[in-house]
Design a binder for this molecule. Structure first.
Ligand code: TYD
Ligand code: MG
Length: 448
C-alpha cells in the first residue's frame, strides 16, 4: 500500500499548507488547521464504475434485517435490534459504564464478537468480564490501538460484531498527529466504517465526551456514523439512560434505562417503580410527577425543601431540574399566587439522578414546594402533569394519555392535569383525572 499524503487544511476556509500553524494565514481563524489525508490525483471514471442514476420509483428497498441482542433496552433504543453493517457511536462521560455496556453485550451475545480495547489491558478486561460473570467462548478480546493491527485482527477473526473502545485511542500510521486528534479520529473511523459497510458487520464505536458534553473529536464523526447513542446518568446514582440523538434506522424518541450493580448493568423494564422511593411515610415536600422521557412515560418523585433563609440572600438549588425554571416558578408563586417565598431557601431534588426538562413537571415541582412550605403532606396516590404559565395558569401538556395510562397502571388514584387538555377527562379506567385551571385552585384542593 502506498503511503498516503497528508496536508494541513483550514476547516474554516479550506486554505491548504504544508505545515501546521496555530492561526490560518488566509482567514485568520485560530486552531482551525487540521491534518488531512489527501489523494491528489483525481482518477477518471472507468466504464465499469459508470452506473446511470436511477429514478426513485425504481429503487429497490432491501428488507431491513435486525439482529436482536439479548439486551432489550439496547434493542429498543436502536429501533428493534442491530442492523448489519451499521455503525453506532456510543458517547458518555468517563466512568459512566460504556465499556461495561459493550463488554456485557459481547459476553451475552451469540456469534463471534471482537472487542478491541485501546484503553485497558487484556487482564483488566478479564477482571471486568469476571464481575459480569457469564462465560462465552466466542467473545474475543484484543488490546490494540494501531489501525492496521486492528484491521489485521478483523481479517483474522472474521467477527460478527466489532466494538472499538475507544475512537480516541485509535492511531493510523498514515498520519503523524497524536491519537485523539481530529485527523486521527476521522481517518481511522473512516477506514473502520468502510470495513463494516463492505462486510456487513455491525460496528460499535465508543467515544469520550468533553466537559462541554460533546463527543470529543470532530463533529463529523457524528455525521459519519449511522446512529449516535448517549449513555448518561449521575455517577453517584445507579441509574443510567441510553438515548439516541441520531438514528438512520429508527426513531430517536426511545430511551433505555439501566441500573449499575456490582455485577454489571441490569436492564430496568419498569422504571417508574424504582424512581418512587418508600411509600410508607407521610412526608411533606414530596409528590409524584408524570413525565415522559423519550417515548416512555415515567413517574418520578419530586422533592422540595423550603425553609427560612438564614443569610441575606436566599439559596435556590436544584438537582436534576433547571434552576432558571425553578426561579420562574417561584416568581409566579410569589407574584401571581401570593405566597411569600422571597425570603425562603428552596431546594429541589429529582430522585434517581434523572435530569428532567419536561415542562409537565412544573405542576409537581410547584406542589412539592407548596407542600413543604405549608408542611402538609400530599398523598402518595396523587400524580401531577401540567405546565405552569407566567400568570399561574396550568397549561396543557403533550402525550397526556400516556402519562395517565402509566399512572393508572401503577395504581395512582388521582392525576391532576390542566383543563386545557382536550378532551376533558374525568375518569379513565381506575384513575380519577382532576382538571385544574390555576395553581390557586390546586392549592385549595390539596391544602384548602
Ligand atoms: P466503565 O464501563 O469502565 O465506564 P466507561 O467505559 O464509560 O468509562 O464503568 C465504570 C464504573 O462502573 C466503574 O467505576 C465501576 C462501575 N462498575 C460497577 O459498578 N459494576 C460492574 O459490574 C462494573 C463492571 C463496573
Ligand atoms: Mg471505558
Amino acid at each position: 500500500m502506498s503511503k498516503k499524503n497528508s496536508a494541513f487544511i483550514c476547516q474554516a476556509c479550506a486554505y491548504r499548507s504544508a505545515k501546521w500553524a496555530g492561526r490560518c494565514p488566509s482567514c485568520g481563524e485560530w486552531n482551525s488547521i487540521v491534518e488531512e489525508v489527501v489523494n491528489s490525483k483525481s482518477k477518471p471514471v472507468r466504464k465499469s464504475e459508470h452506473i446511470p442514476a436511477k429514478s426513485i420509483q425504481h429503487l429497490e428497498q432491501p428488507e431491513l434485517i435486525r439482529i436482536k441482542t439479548p439486551d432489550n433496552e439496547l434493542n429498543r433504543v436502536l429501533g428493534g435490534g442491530i442492523v448489519p453493517g451499521s455503525v453506532v457511536l456510543i458517547g458518555g462521560e468517563p466512568g459512566i459504564g460504556k465499556s461495561t455496556l459493550m463488554l456485557q453485550l459481547a459476553i451475552h451475545m451469540q456469534g463471534k464478537f471482537l472487542y478491541v480495547s485501546g484503553e485497558e489491558s487484556e487482564s483488566q478486561i478479564k477482571m471486568r468480564a469476571d464481575r459480569i460473570g457469564i462465560k462465552n467462548d466466542s467473545c474475543f478480546v484484543v488490546s490494540a490501538t494501531s489501525l492496521h493491527v486492528i484491521l489485521h485482527y478483523i481479517d483474522e477473526n472474521d467477527p460478527d460484531v466489532i466494538v472499538i473502545d475507544s475512537v480516541q485511542t485509535l492511531q493510523s500510521e498514515d498520519i503523524e498527529s497524536a491519537p485523539g486528534t481530529v485527523s486521527q479520529i476521522r481517518e481511522c473511523t473512516n477506514e473502520l466504517i468502510r470495513i463494516a459497510k463492505s462486510r456487513h458487520i455491525p460496528l460499535f464505536l465508543i467515544g469520550h465526551i468533553t466537559k462541554e458534553g460533546f463527543i470529543a473529536g470532530p463533529k463529523v464523526l457524528e455525521h459519519m456514523v449511522d446512529t449516535v447513542l448517549q449513555f448518561e446518568g449521575d455517577r453517584h446514582h445507579n441509574y443510567r439512560l441510553l438515548r439516541s440523538s441520531k438514528n438512520r434506522f429508527g426513531s430517536t424518541a426511545e430511551i433505555g434505562i439501566y441500573e449499575m450493580l456490582q455485577d454489571g448493568l441490569r436492564e430496568v423494564a419498569n422504571p417508574s417503580e424504582i424512581l418512587i422511593s418508600q411509600k410508607n411515610e407521610e412526608l411533606s415536600g414530596i409528590c409524584i410527577g408524570a413525565t415522559i422521557e423519550g417515548a416512555r412515560p415515567l413517574m418520578v418523585e419530586t422533592q422540595a425543601l423550603v425553609s427560612s433563609a438564614v443569610y441575606g440572600t436566599p439559596q435556590r438549588n436544584v438537582n436534576g431540574y433547571d434552576l432558571r425554571r425553578l426561579n420562574m416558578l417561584l416568581a409566579v408563586l410569589e407574584k401571581r399566587c401570593g405566597f411569600r417565598l422571597a425570603q425562603q431557601d428552596v431546594f429541589i431534588n429529582i430522585t434517581g439522578g434523572l435530569k428532567l426538562e419536561d415542562p409537565a413537571m412544573d405542576l409537581s415541582i410547584v406542589t412539592a414546594i407548596l407542600s413543604s412550605y405549608e408542611d402538609i403532606y400530599v398523598p402518595y396516590e396523587y400524580a401531577f402533569a401540567g405546565e405552569v404559565g407566567l400568570s399561574g395558569e396550568v397549561r396543557a401538556v403533550s402525550k397526556l394519555e400516556q402519562r395517565i395510562g402509566e399512572a393508572e397502571k401503577l395504581g395512582f388514584e388521582k392525576i391532576f392535569v390542566s383543563t386545557g387538555n382536550k378532551p376533558l377527562l374525568s375518569k379513565k379506567g381506575g384513575i380519577e383525572v382532576v382538571n385544574v385551571k390555576k395553581v390557586e385552585e390546586l392549592f385549595s384542593y390539596l391544602f384548602g
